[in-house]
Design a protein around this ligand. Structure first.
Ligand SMILES: NC(=O)c1ccc[n+]([C@@H]2O[C@H](COP(=O)([O-])OP(=O)(O)OC[C@H]3O[C@@H](n4cnc5c(N)ncnc54)[C@H](O)[C@@H]3O)[C@@H](O)[C@H]2O)c1
Ligand SMILES: O=CCCC(=O)O
Length: 530
């Protein structure tokens, strides 16, 4: 596998009189540190966009595109090819404080805008996401690796949140609460919470930001966004389009960081100016941010990890269950928080389900997401490959059989073969850890009671799925699963209109649906002397 260093133009394109430390991230290498000052840059030859000005390689603070104060940068590469896409600034505490201060200032005026005004700006933003659909999808594919079809789906999904929350903005009704006293009246109004810290993962470089940001803007709040270091270019393109849509300076700010994530994250959680933290990512990081946010008793929304059970009962439509498993398990090569991680199949239909699934998975074409014939892209980085290998090897050691795949695909890029394991024992790592990769672990069960106990034997509870044509069982199992979202006879559940979120250690709060409420405070106004 070729390991390449950034081209000289990236290193020396913008040397300043001062020489400072610049840190570089390679997906497949430990972080390297170079002693050169540099401004971040985009390798324009690789993007191929209709509107190249959507590729921004600087942070966005108070309406200005800015480099890191100390000049460091983060290298971003394409996981399918290891090609260098460009660099973004390695920002730290000072830039984070500047962004938070800008958001705090902007809140003073943005909060006073009418809901109709914010609706109109959001609808302009919605239009721009549609107008630049192809470019935005291409950016997602280049930095995340998912196929262009999936990336277009993601952009459409993102846009749907902007439209949804534009419509929610004008419906943030309060209420009149009847008073027990004849001389008094109670009214409840809703007000924006303030400046919001948004921290998001790489698996949906656009949608995980927009699902929060659209609600934030609709509510009248402002934001500092910290995108993941793997996929910052989608976030920066969104900031550019929000600017074109008319979002005022300071209302949206983007701070990019990797090595300094601890100091940036701490400030985003502990600053007194920030009134709410909204995080999507892994459960361990969620817990750390939750702890930091406690110092100021901040409101917090958490969309954390999952480990979805997927159950096929013997009365299911097996073909429908196979289609559901393909969609749910292998979407984004298994890298979604709602992907099935444990596939429980009742013993009498086990062989039929396994062979039909194996036939379909064998036909997948793994490759570069830009190639139209590719059905499944790479994993995001080496760490992701290692985790998948650990889970597969653990299951094999415990007696599982490999029906399809079972190994990394050699060559450039971080590809793992779509895999089906049969006879996976219930105590394999799949049971206790989210795999986040293209591995279907098939586990045999006998009874409804047994499988519900297995499905619920998890610290997390985001999504769960099952297939059955028995209406009584559908109600029983849907009610019994300890998750925030259940798909019955479907492997796809996500829409802007639904309350997305989990129970247990999968999170706090809901996004989409009535998710604007997460960014509003209720205020009671009591009228006396009537
Ligand atoms: N529930 C949901 O809606 C949902 C959606 C997408 C992904 N996820 C979860 O996200 C995880 C995969 O994403 P990931 O690997 O990027 O998660 P992650 O927790 O490693 O990172 C998420 C974000 O937190 C940042 N971060 C990491 N350490 C930090 C720190 N100490 N302080 C501040 N910020 C920090 C990262 O840079 C990134 O921006 C999976 O567990 C997946 O299930 C959940
Ligand atoms: O990765 C988690 C988000 C997936 C979704 O919104 O459907």
């Amino acid at each position: 596998m070729p390991l390449r260093h950034p081209p000289f133009s990236l290193f020396f394109g913008a040397l300043s009189p001062r020489t400072l430390v610049a840190t570089h991230r390679f997906r497949n290498l430990p972080t390297l540190t170079f002693r050169y000052r540099m401004a971040s840059t985009a390798n324009t030859s690789v993007w191929g966009l209709k509107d190249p000005s959507l590729v921004k390689s600087q942070g966005y603070i108070n309406g200005k595109w800015v480099d890191a104060n100390e000049g460091g940068t983060i290298l971003v590469t394409n996981p399918a090819t290891e090609e260098e896409l460009g660099t973004v600034p390695e920002m730290g505490l000072a830039e984070t404080q500047a962004a938070i201060s800008a958001a705090g200032q902007a809140f003073r005026t943005w909060r006073k805008t009418t809901a109709k005004h914010r609706h109109d700006i959001l609808m302009k933003f919605f239009g721009l996401l549609q107008e630049h659909h192809d470019d935005l999808a291409r950016i997602i594919t280049l930095e995340n690796g998912k196929t262009l079809t999936e990336a277009k789906g993601e952009n459409t999904y993102s846009a749907s949140f902007v439209e949804w929350f534009a419509e929610e903005a004008v419906r943030t009704y309060g209420e009149h609460v009847p008073s027990p006293l004849p001389t008094m009246r109670n009214v409840v109004i809703k007000q924006p919470v303030g400046d919001v810290s948004i921290l998001t993962p790489w698996n949906f470089p656009s949608a995980m930001i927009i699902r929060k940001l659209a609600a934030v803007l609709a509510a009248g709040c402002t934001a500092v966004i910290k995108p993941p270091p793997e996929t910052p270019f989608s976030a920066l393109a969104l900031a550019e389009l929000s600017r074109r849509a008319g979002v005022p300076d300071g209302v949206i700010n983007v701070v990019t960081t990797q090595q300094k994530v601890h100091e940036v994250g701490r400030e985003m959680c502990e600053s007194k100016i920030v009134k709410k933290v909204s995080f999507t990512g892994s459960t361990p990081v969620a817990k750390a941010l939750y702890g930091m946010s406690a110092s100021t008793l901040k409101k917090i929304s958490i969309e954390a990890g999952g480990n979805a059970p997927f159950i096929v009962f013997d009365d299911a439509d097996i073909e429908q269950a196979v289609q559901g498993a393909i969609a749910c398990k292998f979407r984004s090569s298994g890298q979604t928080c709602v992907c099935a991680n444990r596939i429980y199949v009742q013993s009498s239909v086990y062989a039929d389900f396994a062979s039909r699934l194996a036939e379909k998975v064998s036909a997948f074409k793994v490759g570069n997401g830009l190639d139209e014939t590719t059905t499944h892209g790479p994993l995001i980085h080496e760490k992701a490959i290692s985790k998948v290998e650990r889970h597969v090897n653990d299951a094999i050691t415990r007696g599982a059989q490999v029906l399809v795949g079972g190994q990394r695909i050699s060559g450039a890029g971080t590809f793992y073969a779509p895999t089906i394991l049969s006879d996976v024992p219930a105590d394999a790592l799949f049971q206790s850890e989210e795999t986040f990769g293209p591995v279907a672990a098939l586990i045999k069960f006998e009874t409804e009671e047994e499988v519900i106990a297995l499905a619920n034997n998890s610290d997390v509870g985001l999504a769960g799925y099952f297939f059955s044509r028995d209406v009584g069982r559908v109600w029983r199992v849907a009610e019994a699963l300890e998750v925030g979202m259940v798909g019955t006879n479907t492997g796809l559940i996500s829409h802007a209109s639904i309350p997305f979120g989990g129970v247990k250690e999968s999170g706090l709060g809901r996004e989409g649906g009535h998710g604007i409420e997460e960014y509003l405070n209720q205020k009671l106004i009591v009228f006396g002397g009537i």
